[in-house]
Design a binder for this molecule. Structure first.
Ligand code: HEM
Length: 391
């Protein structure tokens, strides 16, 4: 309606042009902007998300190392997935968004903090951590620093006590293997705790809820996912075998489509800036003067009719090879951002789940954008499959 470049405030632009997005976020693009300085007290060292340039690249190197060991974490994820399924096995009406939150927090606790939370075991948001994340995301006054302190406390406890079992995230971030020329200080590595808590848990929980919501709102796709799973994972196979998951092409298409329509970071991930002391830049043929902040909101980019046919509809087939959709611009799909500061946990974030029976369209309206999206209850009537007519 307004075109791909929109002025959204004094010295602020929102851009949903795919060429511009690459120039802004990609290698050699713009630096992270003012937004990244909020949410942190000056006494706390900057974390990976707020750093730029060489300091960012140095942190990113250890995060990359941690995330390439993703296979090491598969047993942990598998155990938590089985635990989630047991929690839901009795069926009945449950709030799946709540259970996905607990699941994601427990996985993050195992990955990063030595398995501290046990929210699935207790069936509740232990210590109100989920609530505190939501308040933090809304950037409410002193809760910002309180949450930073809480997350750092978790990391410092883990660093002092060592990993439980597997080489976890802080094994890499605190360089316990001694691979870096200069070992990071306790404070420097603990600064990333707030990123670990939010990036690894809330995003994943929301993506799970969205996939389930879209599937249950469109029974024809739900049935196709179920049939595909039945064909790929046959009697005697381990349903948690990730090699098998790679054969679930239609489910992957549904996950992509849910991330397209409900990117967990819909607007703010990716704000960049040309500093006042820098030269202006030409972006997709337009001059951007110094001092300008530039947003590249995935939500609007993903729904730009220039790049996706029927952009507001859940049509997972568009992601299948040989699909006949007129417009399907994969480079306009950036749920994990792109460039040197894209999501380092992307591989880790792939999760799959299937459930039964749903009758509400209202859940989509409960989503609110606070950097990451907050959401309302997702009430689903679960029916264990051995009791259902579909066998
Ligand atoms: C569906 C799940 C996920 C989505 C959609 C997602 C999305 C994103 C996006 C859009 C960014 C860029 C943010 C920005 O530019 O401000 C980002 C950064 C990041 N994500 Fe994720 N994320 C997910 C899961 C994860 C997981 C599971 C982890 C860790 C295990 C993780 C760790 C990170 C980190 C550390 C960064 C900062 C990277 C950097 O600045 O170099 N994310 N994520």
């Amino acid at each position: 309606m307004y075109g791909p470049f929109v002025r959204i405030g004094p010295n602020e632009l929102s851009v949903i042009d795919v060429v511009a997005v690459g120039q802004i976020l990609g290698h050699g693009g713009l630096e992270k902007g003012r937004y990244y300085e909020t949410g942190r007290h000056s006494s706390t060292p900057p974390n990976i998300v707020s750093l730029n340039g060489e300091a960012h690249a140095a942190k990113r190197r250890v995060w990359n190392r941690a995330m390439t060991s993703v296979r090491d974490y598969e047993p942990l994820i598998g155990e938590r997935t089985s635990q989630l399924v047991s929690c839901l096995r009795n069926g009945g009406i449950v709030d799946l968004a709540h259970w996905f939150d607990l699941f994601a927090f427990d996985v993050m606790g195992d990955l990063a903090f030595g398995g501290t939370f046990e929210m699935l075991r207790d069936g509740r948001d232990v210590d109100g951590l989920g609530k505190r994340v939501q308040t933090f995301m809304k950037q409410v006054g002193r809760t910002i620093q309180e949450f930073n302190d809480l997350a750092q406390g978790l990391a410092i406890h883990r660093i002092k006590n060592g990993a439980v079992g597997a080489k976890d995230l802080w094994y890499h971030l605190a360089d316990e293997a001694g691979l870096e020329k200069r070992k990071p200080s306790l404070e420097d590595s603990a600064a990333d705790a707030v990123v670990a808590v939010i990036a690894a848990s809330d995003t994943t929980a929301l993506a799970l809820s969205s996939v389930v919501w879209f599937l249950l709102s469109a029974p024809q796709y739900y049935r196709r996912v179920q049939q595909e799973i039945d064909q790929v994972i046959v009697h005697g196979d381990d349903p948690l075998d990730t090699k098998k998951h790679q054969e679930l092409h239609f489910l992957s298409a549904c996950i992509n489509e849910a991330l397209r329509l409900h990117p967990p970071l819909p607007s703010k991930g990716g704000s960049r800036q040309i500093l006042f002391n820098q030269h202006g830049r030409s972006v997709a043929g337009r001059f951007i003067p110094p001092g300008t902040s530039v947003w590249t909101p995935p939500y609007s980019l993903h729904r730009n009719p220039e790049y996706f046919s029927c952009p507001d509809q859940f049509l997972p087939d568009r992601w299948l090879p040989g699909s006949k959709f007129e417009k399907h611009e994969v480079s306009a799909f950036i749920p994990f951002s792109l460039g040197p500061a894209n999501c380092v946990g992307q591989k880790f974030a792939e999760v799959r789940a299937v459930h039964d029976g749903f009758d509400s369209e209202a859940w989509g309206l409960t989503l609110e954008d606070h950097f990451i999206v907050t959401r309302g209850p997702l009430l689903v009537n679960l029916v264990p499959r051995h009791r259902s007519t579909q066998g």
